[in-house]
Design a protein around this ligand. Structure first.
Ligand SMILES: [Zn+2]
Length: 215
């Protein structure tokens, strides 16, 4: 259940703020409400879901401040991820990276928007997995989900997404064993993602939750 909900979030089919009713989920997944509550509580700990007393569970809606925190954390973590991967890369890992890039290119060629957004987030999780540090992987999973929710909320263009060319450039630097270049390319890539979002609280991007939520 958690992985199907997560996939729907990563494919932008379930949008931030969507109510996740216990009864409906119990019937969709043919399980008990107790089990649904347990899964939602776990997803809340991973910040994917927000729980409100009386009102229930909703797909999380990161505020602008939370979104900025996410990008700051990614800038600290992801250069470390690629640095570690350059040290531990082998032929099997290179094949997996190349297979992923091919899947991303195919999704884009087929104009499969759902697969494109999901795969572009998964690229970053794959790097953390291949780098071989389980704590980094866990953090990257959470940050990737929060980024995905942030993109749904604050994208300025219809097609905000990782650019597969930039992913390719990072992979090439990793394969070449050029750690410094891979780290720089990753930081530039994160700048581009963040730059395509409206994270200034200007007229258009007014964050009502932030302004009115905590009175
Ligand atoms: Zn990316």
């Amino acid at each position: 259940m958690a992985s199907r909900i997560a996939t729907a979030i990563h494919e932008h089919r379930l949008l931030p703020g969507t109510k996740l009713g216990e009864d409906r989920l119990a019937s969709i997944f043919n399980t008990s409400r107790a089990r649904v509550r347990e899964v939602l509580a776990r997803m809340a700990r991973e910040q994917m879901v927000e729980l409100f007393p009386q009102r229930g569970a909703f797909v999380a809606k990161p505020s602008i401040d939370q979104a900025l925190d996410v990008f700051e954390a990614r800038r600290l973590i992801e250069p470390g991820v690629v640095q570690r991967l350059v040290k531990h890369v082998d032929n099997t890992k290179i094949r997996r990276l190349q297979a992923h890039l091919k899947a991303e290119r195919d999704a884009r060629k087929n104009a499969d928007k759902r697969a494109t957004v999901r795969l572009s987030g998964e690229f970053h999780v794959l790097l953390a997995e291949l780098a071989g540090n389980s704590a980094l992987l866990r953090s990257m999973r959470e940050l990737s989900t929060l980024t995905c929710l942030t993109i749904s909320l604050y994208e300025s263009a219809v097609n905000t997404c990782c650019l597969v060319d930039e992913h390719e450039a990072v992979v090439n630097a990793i394969i070449a064993g050029n750690s410094e270049q891979a780290e720089q390319l990753m930081l530039k890539h994160l700048d581009h993602i963040q730059g395509s979002l409206r994270l200034e609280a200007d007229a258009d991007g007014t964050d009502l939750e932030e302004i009115l939520g905590d009175i």
